[in-house]
Design a protein around this ligand. Structure first.
Ligand code: NOJ
Ligand code: CA
Length: 553
């Protein structure tokens, strides 16, 4: 049975259809374009695509403001194109998960239009209202600095409505049984079209009590989450929820549940922030701590690890001093920062396009206990355009080639400007050139993905950190069935000598999976290794024949 948990050894790749590939020359990416790039994704080793919202939307928040849950925005194609895309992805063995944005709708959604214009409409109670301005009207904003309140006056309804996010995203009243039934219909609909699950947007807010008099923090209804999960599984046995929930470690188990009855996957925001602190400071100890704090989870559950995503790099969970350190290293300029808590840049510019650092960061992410998630463009080291508003700066079109607009579109004006400057511009950073260069970041990434998939210990195994004797070097050991794997990463610019104890007694060699530089170790089972600045090693424990894993995975 357990072999059916496909997500344990998956490689997830996050795509915004709008900025991936345009085929009809209107400047906007589309499903047809995505289909033409499926071979590229298959070649890279992607096993699961996560599609950002592609539903009809005025796109004031990049599609996280939906006007119809049961369709495809005509700019990207038709439902027919979507089904065709699903079929082509399946032919290549690639699964698809889609964003489930059910905390709020667009203010232009017909449900909200009915709700605001007719107090007797059945949709009135689908949203969250207050006749008087609630005491906490300007508390709890998710986008501080840009978003001014969480309650806004609607002159048509003659009432205040609640919006956890921007004022054009009224919150759905997720306590209403009709809304809950509708959410299940949405889940059921996309499952019928063949998706393997959902990235659940803003999950903590979806299950929170909403209203003018709720406590702070508001009580949460995890029973509702269980209900959704049961529904999901009844409809499709192998479908998953991947939760976006930036919560503290002591809440993790509430989301995972203890009986495989809530979400299977969650982004590990806590580790993500500590990982960036480690990259900035060279000190891996807080990262090790974060891994330990998030260790506990049910056996079927899994962390999703990532470097960057479609939003800002949120540093809100670090200490003041740690945050200052990351800001200084990766976003010293005010214009690189966002919402007082994060950095809005892409990975490559944060790391100064330093190949050694890009490699060590990605290699570390690939070897964390969980499933890796890559953001489109990071495999070629794309940059950002800080002239664009808020998080838009890191959502520019994919850079395919040296053709005009990076081969993304033949239109004069792409949906967002393609990056065109000396370092990160498409003339220098593009997939076509990198395909031809065996040493490119793209081909390196492809090799690492392949290696990662050949080490199912990482996704499946038991893990522990090994003492290295250095605060700059982290070593994680995985054991699963007959295999053991050890990843070593030095986050300091200087070389370090470390010792790791592999076996409690006797000699056990370490086979380097990425080069021929193996380590025999001493008779005491201790390996004394010299790791260059930003160096990394992937070892399998055992003789040379352990290069290939010993058991079917
Ligand atoms: C999280 C998404 O990643 C973000 O882009 C969006 O603005 C909010 N949820 C609201 O839907
Ligand atoms: Ca198009």
């Amino acid at each position: 049975m357990i072999n059916d948990l496909w997500y344990k050894n998956a490689l997830i790749y996050c795509i915004n259809v709008e900025s991936f590939m345009d085929t009809n020359g209107d400047g906007c990416g589309d499903f047809e374009g995505l289909m033409r790039r499926l071979d590229y994704l298959a070649g890279l080793g992607v096993t699961c695509i996560w599609l950002l919202p592609f539903y009809p939307s005025p796109r004031r928040d990049d599609g996280y403001d939906i006007t119809d849950y049961y369709g495809v925005d005509p700019r990207y194609g038709t439902s027919g194109d979507f089904v065709e895309f699903m079929n082509q992805a399946r032919e290549r063995g690639i699964r698809v998960i889609v964003d489930l944005v059910i905390n709020h709708t667009s203010i232009d959604h017909p449900w909200f239009r009915h709700a605001r214009s007719d107090p007797k409409s059945k949709y009135r109670d689908w949203y969250v209202w207050s006749k008087k301005r609630p005491r906490n009207w300007n508390k709890g904003m998710v986008f501080p600095g840009v978003q001014k309140s969480t309650w806004s006056w609607d002159s048509e309804a003659r009432a205040y409505y609640f919006h956890r996010f921007y004022d054009f995203q009224p919150d759905l009243n997720t306590m209403n049984p009709d809304v809950r039934a509708e959410i299940k219909r949405i889940i059921g609909y996309w499952l019928e079209l063949g998706v393997s699950g959902f990235r659940v947007d803003a999950l903590p807010f979806v299950i929170s009590e909403k209203g003018p008099h709720t406590g702070s923090p508001p009580p949460q209804d995890f029973e509702f989450l269980r209900e959704l999960r049961l529904f999901l599984q009844w409809r499709q046995g192998d479908a998953v929820f991947l939760a976006e929930a930036n919560v503290l470690p002591d809440q993790d188990l509430e989301y995972f549940g203890d009986n495989d009855d809530r979400v299977q996957l969650m982004f590990n925001f806590f580790v993500n922030q500590n990982l960036f602190y480690a990259l900035a400071s060279g000190d891996v100890r807080p990262l090790t701590n974060a891994l330990k704090k998030t260790r506990q989870r049910p056996i079927t559950a899994q962390w999703a690890h990532f470097l960057r995503n479609n939003d800002e790099l949120d540093l809100g969970r670090l200490t003041e001093e740690q945050r200052r350190c990351v800001f200084e290293a990766f976003g010293p300029d005010k214009k690189m920062q966002l919402y007082g808590r994060g950095i809005r840049r892409r990975l490559a510019p944060m790391l100064n396009d330093d190949r050694r650092r890009l490699e060590v960061a990605n290699s570390l992410m690939f070897t964390l206990p969980g499933t890796p998630v890559i953001r489109y463009g990071d495999e070629i080291g794309m940059g950002d355009d800080l002239r664009l508003q808020e998080r838009q700066c890191a959502r520019t079109p994919m850079q395919w080639s040296t053709e005009p607009h990076a081969g993304f579109t033949t239109a004069e004006k792409p949906v967002l400007p393609v990056i065109d400057e000396p370092i990160y511009g498409f003339q220098r950073v593009n997939a076509a050139d990198q395909k031809r260069d065996p040493e490119s970041l793209l081909n390196w990434t492809e090799r690492m993905i392949r290696a990662r998939k050949e080490c199912p210990e990482i996704g499946w195994g038991e893990w522990k950190t090994l003492a290295t004797g250095s605060p700059h070097v982290i070593a994680i050991r995985y054991d699963w069935r007959d295999n053991a794997f050890i990843a070593v990463h030095n986050l300091d610019s200087k070389p370090h000598r470390i010792r790791i104890d592999v076996a409690s007694s006797g000699r056990t060699s370490l086979i380097n999976l990425l080069s021929s530089d193996h380590s025999e170790g001493g008779d005491d089972g201790v390996h004394r290794l010299a790791i260059e600045g930003y160096g990394y090693r992937w070892y399998r424990v055992g003789g040379l024949d352990y290069i290939l894993n010993r058991r079917r995975s």
